[in-house]
Design a protein around this ligand. Structure first.
Ligand code: FAD
Ligand code: MLT
Ligand code: ZN
Length: 523
């Protein structure tokens, strides 16, 4: 990796009363019985049914990975996991569950960070992992071919919901296309899970949210009906756009079984730089400068505060920058460019770096420009690896919020001060409070590390304080991870009573028996 200084010639309450956080009682639901297993065995192959009940008598250990989330924060009670291979099988399972009033938790790669994919009581887990076929891929969509011949155009991928995101990227790579989203969990998360959480990730700045890139969905509704809206049309303005309800629906309205999605052409030139900033106040002016100078080729702008940077180094993610040059820099950014012409993009990037370093009051202390694909990947690995580092530090309380960029650091500092004032800051309790995230999307990830594990008094000190803090900055309590079971009681900080009531009515119409991921999203 080349230091910038060498890469270019230096030219120089709401009220507490509402804060109830109880596990809902599911008196309207029934537990799975042997009779249910007999029915499931008419639908699925024996290897697709895991149940601790006889006659299957699967060992609870074999269900453990379905009953614990990625962080080890949420622990489920499911005694039965079903792994269908086809949409028809999903439909038949759901029909039976509706008849018998059995709760269903759809589960993808189980990388969700808000407890949405874990059962709360005895709901079954419906794991989509065995539905992993690509159904079709049109590298140059016919509609585009007619109007824009010769210009790289988005392809259209139609796939089963259980396809792993990274496998889909690998599938379309030889055709010179990429998935419109990318995230650190790409090796495990599934496209159906991405859609159900409306995952954001590292490419949202460039390609927008799944609300725009998903063309169609196939969904099994809570009564077992198959809703086939697997359109490959870019434009379809015929009434309500129903698929949008399931994007970010977190499995509460149905089981997504198939997905049709736009896949952008792979950029011909990709570069990234990692910059150290003397002060947090420089982030906003730097963002504006970079955006202005790089224009259409800027594809990501990611933020890492000093605590997160030092944590990454201590877990072997770096070094990416020269320690002397970093000095006491307060924060860091990773900027990516993706364009169509290497020479043009390099000229733009070099021009940017020259102007940054030659400024009278430089916005940066130092930085590196990747010089090869492997250096490009290792800069990204630093940013993407932070989530895993947090796990190694202890148990993270994770808050993914939207707040104005200018307030990012204020929010992180306020939480640290809160924990200090409560006598809960230090190796005995909360050892680190840090921020990183997607600056370009106004999305801050706050990670509060409980060194010796989750404890009720830590959570009580953090919540609802954090949600009130975010609301006071006119932010959102979830920018990308969703509500799950973690934030049902915090939904009102970001949604009005009228909105929540309308959401309830939609849930009531689509899932009147409340069997589909009960206890999630809605308070
Ligand atoms: P799961 O965790 O299995 O499920 C998540 C929710 O979706 C649950 O409510 C579940 O019931 C529902 N669901 C899953 N599949 C279906 C289906 N087929 N039909 C209906 N409902 C379904 N998130 C981001 O937004 N941006 C990031 O950058 C990001 N980075 C991450 C990095 C790491 C290391 C990790 C561990 C997580 C990250 N996440 C991120 C969170 C998470 O990976 C995403 O939310 C992901 O989209 C979840 O997909 P999954 O298949 O693992 O879903
Ligand atoms: C990220 O941006 O890294 C993810 O959303 C996961 C996290 O919050 O750690
Ligand atoms: Zn994120």
């Amino acid at each position: 990796m080349l230091s910038l200084r060498h890469a270019i010639r230096p030219v120089a309450s709401r009220c507490a009363r509402r804060w109830a956080h109880n596990i809902p009682s599911f008196s309207h639901l029934n537990a799975v019985t042997e009779e249910d297993l007999a029915q499931f065995s008419k639908i699925l192959a024996p290897t697709s049914i895991l149940s601790t009940l006889p006659p299957n008598s699967t060992s609870p250990d074999d269900l453990a990975s379905y009953n614990e989330d990625w962080m080890g924060k949420y622990h489920g009670q499911a005694n039965t996991v079903l792994r269908p291979r086809t949409t028809q099988q999903v439909s038949e399972i759901v029909k039976w569950c509706a008849k018998r009033r059995i709760g269903i938790v759809p589960q993808g790669g189980n990388t969700g960070l808000v407890g949405g994919g874990i059962s709360l009581q005895k709901e079954i887990v419906l794991s989509l992992g065995a539905m992993s076929k690509v159904r079709s891929f049109d590298p140059v969509s016919v509609l585009y071919r007619r109007v824009k011949y010769g210009y790289p155009t988005p392809g259209i991928l139609v796939a089963d919901a259980g396809c792993i995101l990274e496998s889909l990227s690998e599938y379309i790579a030889p055709h010179n296309h990429i998935m419109p989203l990318d995230l650190g969990a790409k090796g495990s998360c599934q496209i159906g899970g991405n859609i159900s959480t409306n995952a954001g990730g590292l490419r949202l700045l460039r390609y927008g949210s799944l609300h725009g890139t998903v063309l169609g969905l196939e969904v099994v509704l809570p009564d077992g009906t198959i809703l086939d809206q697997l359109s490959t049309l870019r434009k379809d303005n015929t009434g309500y756009d129903l698929k949008q309800l399931f994007i970010g629906g977190e499995g509460t309205l149905g089981v997504v079984t198939g997905v049709s999605i736009l896949t952008p052409p792979a950029p011909q030139a990709s570069n990234n730089i990692f910059l150290a900033l003397p002060h947090f106040d420089n982030v906003l002016p730097l963002y504006q400068t970079v955006k202005r100078q790089l224009g259409e080729i800027m594809s990501a702008f990611e933020y890492i505060d000093r605590t997160a940077y030092d944590m990454g180094l201590s877990h072997g993610l770096g070094p990416v920058l020269n320690a002397d040059e970093v000095g006491n820099s307060q924060c860091f950014v990773l900027v990516e460019t993706s364009g169509g012409n290497q020479t043009h993009d390099e000229e733009k990037l070099t021009g940017l770096l020259e102007s940054l370093l030659s400024a009278d009051k430089p916005l940066i202390n130092t930085g590196v420009l990747s010089q090869s694909p492997s250096q490009f990947a290792s800069l990204w690995a630093f940013r993407e690896g932070l989530t895993e580092c947090c796990q190694k530090e202890g148990k993270p309380y994770k808050y993914d919020v939207s707040v104005p960029l200018a307030d990012f650091q204020k929010v992180v500092d306020a939480i640290r001060e809160r924990m200090i004032s409560k006598g809960l800051y230090g190796d005995h309790a909360i050892s680190k409070v840090m921020g990183y995230g997607h600056v370009g999307d106004g999305n801050l990830h706050m990670n509060v590390i409980a060194k010796h594990g989750y404890r009720p008094e830590l959570e009580e000190a953090l919540e609802p304080f954090i949600y009130e803090l975010v609301a006071s900055h006119k932010g959102s309590v979830s920018a990308e991870h969703g509500i799950g079971s973690m934030k049902t009681h915090a939904l009102h900080y970001s949604k009005s009573d009228v909105s929540i009531e309308l959401m309830r009515k939609i849930k009531q119409v689509i899932d009147p028996l409340n069997i589909m991921n009960p206890g999630k999203v809605l308070p």
